[in-house]
Ligand binder design. Structure first.
Ligand code: NDP
Length: 277
């Protein structure tokens, strides 16, 4: 039976280090959070960020703009925050109203204030050099893997999903640990080869958003399974991996919810403190 890789205790330990870092700083770090319109999901995400920030001694500046904000207004607003010496990091809550190009906005945030680690310049640094900030969900996956104490050198790692925010950066970060990384995506599934690849994985990371995509009996005996997926099925949140069967085969497995999710906001705050230093 697999050991559960829970995000909360790990997040608490990392928060303790962040608290110490913040306490040692001459000025409290400031995170500017921009929310546009009245999306309930964005509001709830901002609320939980504010709570975590407060618990760490970080100043959380919430800037709420109206539903009818134009792209030009938002661009000007971000530029002001980029130039504001008191602001160490900026996050724009998603989703944005339809009249605004979300990709354009996230790329406008100055790389040295990019707490989400999603600016192309910071993404590029993952390839070329050590980056100060890492995209939050991939960073959470790496922390969970580190917490097992298992050396990834030469391990067969299979990443399912190749999105810009999860799959691709995760694959790059694990290449840096000298794992042999295979990235599967829709093409792999369409070619009927997903099962074959998953069965070889000593470390399996799944970030697709399809409940039950990975059958529990595909999981290799002793594998480490990190399930990033979030799916609502009959009022329950589940991941992409058939948990009940997979946990009997894996050595470690993340629960959904409770695995990757609780770590992501902590990663955001860690990025902020790195940028503020
Ligand atoms: P995207 O939709 O951006 O990416 C999904 C990826 O899965 C794509 O690369 C897609 O390939 C691939 N894919 C789709 N269908 C299949 C299939 N049948 N077989 C193999 N690959 C497939 O999603 P995200 O990366 O943003 O998120 C993935 C999941 O992780 C979601 O459930 C999301 O809610 C969750 N998530 C959880 C977070 C957390 O904090 N726990 C944070 C971020 C995301 P292609 O593009 O080629 O179709």
């Amino acid at each position: 039976m697999a050991k559960l890789l829970e995000g909360k205790p790990l997040a608490e330990a990392i928060k303790e280090k962040i608290r110490l870092d913040v306490a040692g700083m001459s000025k409290k770090p400031v995170l500017a959070s921009v929310i546009v319109g009245d999306n309930a999901g964005a509001a709830s995400y901002a609320k939980s960020q504010a709570k975590v920030a407060e618990s760490l001694g970080i100043v959380y500046q919430l800037h709420a703009l109206g539903n009818d904000t134009t792209e030009v207004t938002l661009v000007d607003f971000i530029k002001k925050l980029n130039n504001d010496k008191d602001v160490n990091g900026i996050i724009v809550q998603m989703p944005l109203p339809a009249q605004i190009d979300a990709k354009k906005i996230s790329q406008l945030i100055a790389p040295e204030k990019d707490v989400e680690g999603m600016h192309p310049a910071n993404m590029g640094k993952i390839v070329f050099e050590k980056s100060k900030v890492l995209p939050c969900t991939p960073a959470a996956v790496v922390e969970l893997l580190n917490s097992t104490g298992v050396d990834l050198y030469g391990k067969e790692v299979v990443v399912v999903g190749h999105s810009e925010i999860v799959g691709k950066p995760v694959a790059l970060l694990l290449l840096d640990k000298f794992a042999t990384v295979t990235v599967c995506h829709i093409g792999t599934s369409k070619a009927g080869k997903l099962e074959e690849h998953v069965k070889k994985a000593e470390v399996l990371i799944v970030a697709v958003g399809r409940a039950g995509l990975i059958k529990g009996d595909w999981v290799k005996d002793g594998a480490i399974v990190i399930d990033v997926g979030i799916n609502r099925v009959a009022d329950k949140i589940v991941g992409d991996v058939e948990f009940e069967v997979a946990e009997k085969k894996a050595s470690y497995i993340t629960p959904v919810p409770g695995g990757v999710g609780p770590l992501t906001v902590t990663m955001l705050m860690r990025n902020l403190v790195e940028l503020a230093k």
